[in-house]
Design a protein. Structure first.
Length: 198
């Protein structure tokens, strides 16, 4: 019997990216558009793991279905780890990519290239009703560019240049990005774990 698996994200671009990363699993992958509208949970966790588990548990309980969710963000060394868990609302409004990018560039305006080191971190969580949470993590290191480049992806992708590359995530083909991204690395592990349970 094929089980249902909900992607617990109200961010349509992220939900699409996760659907691609979970493609081909022996699960029927669903999105929030397959369920009645519910308000998004408040992300009150102090860590990516806490927020990922909180979101997965919230949607699993709301719809009585197995759910995967993730929390991810950008950790910039010169900013003492900011924006971190506040990445999506760094400029004050949840999910305003342009405002977040502008604020980050302003914060790093006087920072030299070799000091603009950063890493993207992703924590993926799986929760089914009456089960404990299962977590997987992934990260990728790189630098923050001096201006946005590229039109693919979302969030800080136009600013993040991964180690070993001379282009941002937003300039990459999605398949190329998934192979090295924090989310791609976390969900490779989550896929393997889900396949073992199917």
């Amino acid at each position: 019997m094929i089980r249902n698996l909900l992607i617990g994200s109200a961010n349509l671009k992220k939900a699409h990216e996760l659907a691609v990363l979970l493609e081909g699993l022996p699960w029927k992958v669903l999105s929030l558009r397959d369920f009645p509208d519910v308000p998004a949970p408040e992300e009150t966790g102090a860590t990516f793991a806490e927020n990922a588990a909180l979101k997965a548990r919230y949607y699993a309980d709301a719809f009585h279905v197995a759910c995967v969710a993730d929390d991810s963000g950008l950790i910039v060394d010169a900013l003492n780890g900011a924006p971190g868990v506040y990445s999506a609302r760094y400029a004050g409004e949840q999910g305003n990519d342009a405002a977040n990018i502008a604020k980050l560039l302003e914060a790093l305006e006087e920072t030299l290239w070799h000091e603009r080191t950063a890493r993207f971190v992703c924590c993926a969580a799986y929760v089914a009703p009456n089960e404990e949470v299962h977590l997987e993590e992934g990260e990728v290191r790189g630098h923050i560019s001096v201006a946005p480049f590229g039109n693919n992806g979302f969030g800080y992708d136009p600013l993040f240049v991964p180690e070993g590359f001379e282009m941002t995530f937003a300039e990459m083909d999605p398949t190329e990005k998934h192979a090295i991204s924090h989310r791609g690395r976390a969900f490779v592990k989550m896929r393997a774990w889900l396949e073992s349970r199917a």
